[in-house]
Design a protein around this ligand. Structure first.
Ligand code: ARG
Length: 461
């Protein structure tokens, strides 16, 4: 492309090298910001008219031209040109070609430095809201599972060793809480996204009489950025957004790890729907949990994206530097990966069944009511440390005799402590153990019911 055709070509005497055009272009990914770029430009043009910087007629032509370009892009007939570098110049050039001299006035009192910041903020503002909705979907799947299996027990684990019996619903609601914090983080991050950067211009503001508050109101920003230099170099909001997404991804990955384990024949705790699994090309018997495996696997790229973004910003002098163009791919990839992961996880959960008989069986072994026995002794006034030692000896005795705690007779138990009476058997059952955990946030049916009802209210279910 000749430099006269370039929007910044004036001071150049030589034509840009083709390799440079290819190297600097970002249009192949920032084209996804076209709606935001156009919305920003339309608001900007409206302000320019109000401020007398362009005529009402020019403003109207710009507005119509931009609306047409938006339609052309949506219909897939617009041709993006890499030699025009980015979304801003592709659209501006098309506008000038379409409406003539009026188009050349659009970039008055504006720089691509504040423009790209605006586009990204507008985009992430919408996307945070969409992610919050997707998170609500996943949380809803957990609430439905918690409701469906209310009362059913399963082993709770620490160190991946059977620890204490819990309700399946309690386990499901643990994820409900995790993904709730993710929603909060996104909502919080949205507050800092939702600040108008436009008007910072290249870095120092502008001498032209603009009205930033008007543009902010037009675009629905409750605030205008305070310092023009900070504004054009700021990508903190993108880091916050990706960080919030990384935690979502980690939560999905931890869930996925459990689903991979639980769906194995070793555990046999859940049955994933056939329609959500795939087979092996060689082993006819295989039914593989590829979805959770892929989600787990995709954590690497999402964490990598955060590291890429942090590294990108480290050591950047104020204000805008072209390095900042490298922010978009990690942001977009994170968004795509996490939103697809959320959507498919919600579906996977909705189509998953717990094997309640197997889960209940699993709670019968592994001395999982040992803590209950220790607590029982505490209630009989035995100091906890002593109670712990006594129950430890009882468990060792069980291991030797190949018996579970509930299978011991009262005489056998009393060899270890005279504080043990016939009422001990109530606490040694799984149901007794679960029911006893009524502390706030505990796994007893009363607490879990309350938590479930609260969750259903929150989600309007
Ligand atoms: N494509 C650029 C980016 O993504 C837009 C801003 C370019 N500004 C400039 N002075 N070259 O950051």
């Amino acid at each position: 492309m000749n430099n006269e055709m370039k929007l910044w070509g004036g001071r150049f005497t030589e034509k840009t090298a083709a390799s440079v055009e290819a190297f600097t272009a970002s249009i192949h990914y920032d084209c996804r910001l076209f709606r935001q770029d156009i919305a920003g430009s339309r608001a900007h043009a409206k302000m320019l008219v109000r401020q007398g910087l362009i005529t009402a007629e020019e403003g109207a032509r710009i507005d119509r031209g931009l609306a047409e370009i938006e339609q052309e892009i949506e219909q897939g007939v617009f041709v993006f040109k890499p030699e025009l570098e980015d979304i801003h110049m592709n659209i501006e050039k098309a506008l000038v070609d379409k409406i003539g001299p009026a188009g050349a006035r659009l970039h008055t009192a504006r720089s691509r430095n504040d423009q790209i910041n605006l586009d990204l903020r507008l985009y992430l503002r919408e996307e945070t809201a969409r992610l919050v909705e997707l998170l609500a979907g996943v949380r809803g799947s957990f609430v439905k599972l918690a409701r469906r299996y209310l009362g059913a027990v399963m082993p709770g684990y620490t160190h991946l060793q059977r620890a204490q019996p819990v309700l399946i619903s309690h386990h499901m609601l643990a994820y409900y809480e995790m993904f709730g914090r993710d929603q909060e983080r996104l909502r919080d991050c949205a507050k800092r996204i939702n600040v108008l950067p436009l008007g910072a211009a290249a870095l120092a503001g502008t001498g032209l009489p603009i009205d930033r508050e008007f543009v902010a109101a037009e675009l629905g920003f409750p605030a205008v950025s305070a310092n023009s230099m900070d504004t054009v170099g700021d990508r903190d909001f993108a880091v916050e957004f990706v960080s919030a997404c990384v935690l979502i991804q980690l939560h999905l990955s931890r869930l996925s790890e459990e689903l991979v384990l639980w769906s194995s024949s070793e555990f046999g705790f859940v049955e994933l729907a056939d329609s959500f699994c795939t087979g092996s090309s060689i082993m006819p018997q295989k039914k593989n949990p590829d979805i959770p495996e892929l989600i787990r696997g995709k954590s690497g790229r999402v964490v990598g994206n955060l590291v890429a973004l942090l590294t990108l910003l480290k050591g950047l002098p104020l204000t805008y530097n072209r390095d900042l163009q490298e922010d978009k791919e990690p942001v977009f990839d994170t968004l795509d990966t996490v939103s697809r992961g959320l959507a498919i996880s919600a579906e996977l959960l909705a189509n998953m069944k717990f094997n309640t008989a197997r889960l209940e069986d699993a709670t019968q072994t592994g001395y999982m009511t040992a803590t209950d026995l220790a607590d029982y002794l505490v209630m009989k006034n035995v100091p906890f440390r002593q109670a712990h030692a006594i129950v430890g000896q009882i468990v060792a005795f069980c291991v030797k005799k190949k018996k579970e705690l509930i299978e011991l007779g009262l005489d056998e138990l009393r060899q270890f402590s005279a504080a043990i009476d016939a009422d001990v058997f109530a606490v040694l059952t799984v149901k007794g153990s679960v029911d006893s955990r009524r502390s706030t946030g505990g796994t007893s049916i009363v607490r879990v019911k309350e938590a479930l009802e609260q969750a259903e209210r929150e989600l309007g279910m």
